[in-house]
Unconditional design. Structure first.
Length: 290
């Protein structure tokens, strides 16, 4: 049987250092080199080369601690452009619809309209609206429902959207008989107070514990971690619990992985993917744990 995390650490092997610890060690080594150059120049005389090296080392330290902000605007433009190109070259329309998950720009919405005109499945377009909570996206969901899209797929496509309008649509879908488990899964990426209360209600009303756990993907709040503990104690399917940890990389989530999943490497692997391609797009690509 593969070695558990606890066993591995108990054998005295050095723990892996965190990125921050590695960064600090590099910075200390660079600072040490700067001090050595300064001390040498004090004894042997100042040199241009010495000063140039100090400048280089100082810049390296600065770069270590400068985090570049992601340019989401540029990312989504690239995504839409690549999907448009793929569509022209014969890509499956439904796969293109899925690939638009998490992208709500004007160009993305226009591409969705084009996909519908060209025969893309309404259910796939509905699912591909995951992570998009704009007015235009909500209007498209309503239209898809009127045109016969499966209500469960619309519920699933609300993942990552926690707006007032999205919560109201979930309530309406429940009243119209949509599977409570689908609604629970479609709460992935939403960690608001209202979303947590809805999860509790869905559990009381018979929603699958596994699907509620799965629908916690991307949510790393204290309340979400407590609910995971409770669900696994109550027998929720471990694979669903694992998938429901995707996008949550906090210290608490890593401790949960060690405590509950370490004996099964497949579960550890699953915990870094939602198990659903569309949800990976919004949960793992953008992340919702902060």
């Amino acid at each position: 049987m593969p070695e558990a995390f606890e066993t591995h650490f108990a054998q005295g092997k050095e723990e892996e250092k965190s990125p921050e610890e590695i960064k600090e060690e590099k910075a200390l080594a660079l600072a040490k080199e700067i001090r050595e150059i300064q001390e040498r120049m004090e004894k042997e005389g100042k040199t241009i080369e010495g000063y140039q090296r100090i400048i280089e080392l100082t810049q390296e330290i600065k770069e270590l601690f400068e985090e570049k902000e992601r340019d989401f605007e540029a990312e989504v433009k690239t995504i839409v452009a690549n999907l448009e190109k793929a569509l022209k070259e014969g890509a499956d329309k439904n796969e293109v619809a899925w690939g638009l998950a998490g992208v709500g720009t004007k160009e993305a919405m226009e591409l969705r309209e084009r996909l519908l005109k060209e025969g893309a499945d309404k259910n796939d377009v509905a699912q591909g609206l995951a992570g998009v909570g704009t007015k235009e996206a909500m209007e498209l969901r309503e239209r898809l429902l009127k045109e016969g899209a499966n209500k469960s797929y619309v519920a699933l496509g609300l993942a990552g959207v926690g707006t007032k309008e999205a919560m109201e649509l979930r309530e309406r879908l429940i009243e119209e008989g949509v599977s409570k488990s689908s609604v629970a899964l479609g709460l992935a990426g939403v960690g608001t107070k209202e979303a947590m209360e809805l999860r509790e209600r869905l559990l009381k009303e018979g929603a699958s514990k596994g699907y509620v756990a799965w629908g916690l993907a991307g949510v790393g709040t204290k309340e979400a971690m407590e609910l995971r503990e409770r669900l696994i104690e109550e027998g929720a399917n471990e694979s669903y619990v694992a998938w429901g940890l995707a996008g949550v990389n906090t210290e608490e989530a890593e401790e949960f992985r060690r405590k509950h999943l370490a004996d099964n490497p497949t579960l550890i692997a699953k915990s870094y993917s939602t198990g659903r391609a569309i949800y990976n797009g919004i949960i793992c690509r953008y992340g919702y744990e902060e």
